[in-house]
Design a protein around this ligand. Structure first.
Ligand code: TYD
Length: 136
């Protein structure tokens, strides 16, 4: 297994002369069954969001319009990636602190998740997250 925090997957493109069509399906871009989809849009200028980790949740993030920078932190290392294409998805597994920055005007970030919303799965305290990663 790669030790890279940023795990990008290709989203197959099935567009033609009429325009774009991107596909995320199980066994293709999606390595898990989707139980929830949400999208972040209309983000106010200068706003950053996220600032949490998940205990179990797996997600695939696709910026379907505009761009956004995602920063991932495993308790030791931080890596950042700009998502600016619906042809790339970012897989985020459990145990990663994530932040979303630099939303472009009109950016739409779609998130596919393998579980329903559950506040108990969140770690919202960064110090508690770091302690959990270091076995404290
Ligand atoms: P939150 O996860 O804090 O947003 P972000 O981490 O992207 O900044 O969610 C914001 C609010 O929306 C919070 O009250 C929880 C609620 N929410 C749901 O009810 N269902 C969901 O699937 C998500 C992602 C959030």
């Amino acid at each position: 297994m790669s030790d890279k925090l940023v795990q990008l997957v290709d989203i197959p493109q099935r567009g033609d002369a009429r325009g774009g069509l991107a596909v995320a399906e199980l066994g293709g871009a999606l390595p898990f069954l989707v139980r929830r989809v949400y999208w972040i849009h209309g983000t106010s200028p200068g706003v950053s969001r996220g600032f949490h980790a998940h205990k179990q949740l797996r997600q695939l993030c696709v910026c379907v319009a505009g761009s956004v920078r995602l920063s991932l932190f495993d308790g030791r290392r931080e890596e950042s990636v700009v998502l600016d294409s619906s042809a790339k998805g970012l897989l985020i597994g459990p145990g990663l602190w994530r932040e979303m920055h630099d939303f472009s005007p009109g950016a739409v970030l779609m998130v596919f998740a393998n579980a329903e919303y559950d506040e108990a799965d969140y770690i919202r305290d960064k110090e508690a997250f770091i302690a959990s990663r270091h076995g404290a």
